[in-house]
Design a protein around this ligand. Structure first.
Ligand SMILES: *[C@@H]1O[C@H](CO)[C@@H](O)[C@H](O)[C@H]1NC(C)=O
Ligand SMILES: *[C@@H]1O[C@H](CO)[C@@H](O)[C@H](O)[C@H]1NC(C)=O
Length: 645
């Protein structure tokens, strides 16, 4: 079968420049592997070994999924050169035909060599990979249509029948669960038309509709040609005067078109007419919003794009379970104060962090969860981790956050990567964290006190800008316990004394913890490690002593290159940290003042007062010893503190 090119602009790659190889396959022995298009990116992967190993990895991930599905995605991002791969078979293919189409596609796409993106489209299947996530793409520049070069055998009534069939397909298919429809139509003149429409399962209903509408536009002028095909990033549309799937595989579109006659008129009347088009889009959008609010269901595609701004997305438990491979230990990123955190890869390829909360299971806790999740999901700031959505199932409460590849700050201060941060990066983290806190305290419409600021709660993005995690969660702990909760046990070195001991809560509690974190960033020492033989002091105590002795530069991490920092600036930052950790709550600055001080060149002379030292261990030389009372594990919480002198 020969195909002729109707029109073709540029490829739907996301790259600025592409090489497009177009193959018009004269006679494929297997009609399913009749090649429609193959294109390779003009850019090559940087690390070929990593790239090929990731690419091969995605191929084997896809292969293993295809025994039970016609659509699969896979992501591999080991070492470098991440690869996102998507494969889809037309649903009329049997599992074995689908697998053989996959084999042909993976073999052929290798002709693109080390190109960092490629796609190959056959009548029976579609394979594409890229170095970035494209799974939610619908219609892209380069979408194209191909008409056959022979007039339909039975031309009488063929045009109308084909047109009607294609319009019905693009209206109905987005509403069908699997985004797939195969239809046979017989027109009044006896002309028979076969058609299929399909969208990638990772696009939204609206996106599927948009894509198929464009596809329809690309082949609507093909009749009376006997066949036509339209390709795009997120969909496929095809019609023919000869059967290309078996009769028992057709779908009855009637129930997906019902209550839609006015709309259909608009479509037939003037798809090209701009007004009808806008109205149609508005209508589809309206129906979509109405439906999703009725069912409360979320499509994967909603997680991305504009709808992300709407508030907490309700994730399905089973999607999160499969994203985290059943919350496997391999996917565990760490154990936070409020529960374990897992890395998850959603079906659309987006990588997320999923937190399983350990909080009370009372009705009140659950109601609070909803309120807090809603509140937190509305916090948008570049130095605060984004909450993407949540999920509630029986006793499990899950929060889905954006994922930070570089992990948490403590790793760079005391962990595997210790000593790797230069002063510029450290200063940016100090400043960004202050900005994030200032927003939470003063700019967001409801003051959020974090209560658990520590270096393991500060994550860093690819450019080493900080993002604060876990804000808003402390409010989920019962009021009377939060300050003594065992979950705070490990982070006592950061907790303001008036809060740890008396439960006195103000935003200055965060200011105090922030001061401690700044000292950690400068010194590379943990706040709650006892160091400095022979004096055996904690970081804060030691910092105060060197300040009093006028030798604060002793604090500076020896991994820092003295040529890289300005001693006066470092000294200023140390003084700001000590201002934050003062014993008197009123003397501690608001976080917005901290931001101003960090940015100002001139050092304002402040009379600093001594911090209250609070220890995790029982250091008897300190004054009043108190115990935390009845909470579990409270032996760890016995503490001593010395009142201000
Ligand atoms: C990837 O697979 C191809 C084909 O099977 C093979 O030639 C190549 O060596 C593999 N590369 C890596 C890095 O695994
Ligand atoms: C559909 O028809 C084909 C033959 O045309 C047959 O092999 C297949 O089993 C049928 N499938 C179903 C679900 O009836």
């Amino acid at each position: 079968m020969k195909t002729k090119l109707l029109h073709l602009s540029i490829s739907f790659f996301t790259f600025s420049s592409i090489s497009l190889l177009l193959f018009l396959n004269p006679a494929a022995s297997d009609p399913q592997t009749n090649l429609l298009i193959r294109a390779c990116s003009t850019y090559n992967a940087t690390n070929r070994l990593a790239f090929f190993s990731n690419l091969n990895g995605t191929f084997s991930d896809l292969r293993s999924q295809l025994n039970s599905t016609h659509f699969a995605t896979a992501v591999r991002a080991q070492v470098s050169d991440p690869v996102y791969t998507l494969f889809q078979c037309r649903n009329y293919l049997s599992t074995s035909d689908c697998l053989s189409c996959f084999s042909v596609a993976t073999a052929q796409i290798r002709n693109c060599s080390a190109a960092n993106g490629a796609r190959i489209i056959y009548d029976g299947c579609f394979l594409r990979y890229e170095s970035n996530n494209f799974f939610d793409q619908t219609t892209q520049p380069g979408n194209s249509g191909f008409c056959g070069n022979q007039t339909a055998a039975k031309a009488v009534g063929f045009n109308q029948t084909a047109e009607k069939l294609l319009t019905d397909l693009y209206v109905a298919t987005p509403r069908i669960g699997g985004y797939w429809a195969a239809v046979r139509r017989e027109g009044v003149g006896g002309a028979v038309v076969y058609g299929v429409a399909q969208c990638a399962l990772t696009v939204s209903e609206v996106g599927c509709g948009d894509c198929l509408r464009v596809a329809y536009g690309n082949i609507q002028n093909c009749p009376p040609d006997g066949d036509g095909r339209a390709i795009d990033a997120g969909c496929f549309l095809r019609y023919s005067d000869t059967a290309f799937f078996s009769a028992n595989q057709t779908v009855d579109l009637a129930r997906y078109l019902r209550g839609d006659s006015s709309k259909k008129k608009a479509i037939i009347g003037g798809v090209v007419g701009g007004v009808a088009f806008v109205l149609l889009l508005a209508l589809i959008l309206f129906l979509f919003i109405q439906r999703s609010s009725e069912t409360g269901k979320t499509h994967q595609g909603d997680i991305l794009g504009a709808t992300e701004l709407r508030g907490p997305v309700n994730f399905r438990y089973k999607d999160l379970k499969s994203a985290t491979r059943n919350f496997s230990d391999e996917n565990k990123l760490g154990a936070g104060g409020f529960g374990d955190v897992y890395k998850g890869v959603l079906k659309n390829g987006k990588i997320v962090a999923v937190k399983k909360l350990i909080i009370g299971q009372s009705d009140r806790a659950k109601a609070d969860f909803e309120t807090e999740a809603k509140l937190i999901s509305n916090v948008h700031h570049r130095h605060l981790i984004r909450l993407l959505g949540c999920c509630k199932k029986y006793t499990e409460l899950l929060l889905v956050y954006e994922y930070m590849e570089n992990g948490s700050l403590d790793k760079y201060l005391f962990g595997d990567s210790r000593g790797t941060l230069n002063w510029k990066r450290r200063f940016n983290i100090i400043l960004g964290t202050a900005r994030g806190l200032a927003y939470l305290h003063e700019e967001f419409h409801s003051c959020i006190i974090h209560r658990d600021i520590k270096s393991s709660n500060i994550l860093v993005d690819n450019d080493f800008h900080p993002k604060i995690a876990d804000f808003g969660l402390a409010r989920l702990l019962p009021e009377d316990q939060s300050h003594l909760s065992t979950q705070f046990g490990g982070t006592l070195g950061y907790t303001a004394p008036e809060y740890a001991i008396h439960g006195e809560l103000t935003e200055k509690v965060d200011t105090y913890s922030y001061g401690v974190v700044v000292l950690e960033i400068i010194s590379g020492l943990k706040s709650n490690d006892l160091r400095r033989e022979p004096t055996k002091q904690y970081l804060l105590e030691w910092a105060w002593n060197v300040y009093e002795n006028g030798t604060v530069m002793e604090l500076v991490d020896e991994n820092l290159d003295p040529n890289e920092y300005d001693a006066e600036e470092v000294q200023k930052v140390i003084e700001i940290a000590l201002m934050c950790t003062q014993s008197s709550v009123a003397s501690r600055p608001a976080m917005s003042q901290v931001v101003i001080s960090l940015l100002s060149r001139v050092q304002t002379a402040h009379e600093l007062t001594r911090p209250t030292f609070i220890d995790v261990s029982n250091r008897v030389q300190r004054a009043t010893s108190i115990s935390s009372g009845s909470s579990a594990n409270d032996t760890r919480l016995s503490m001593s503190f010395s009142p201000t002198v």
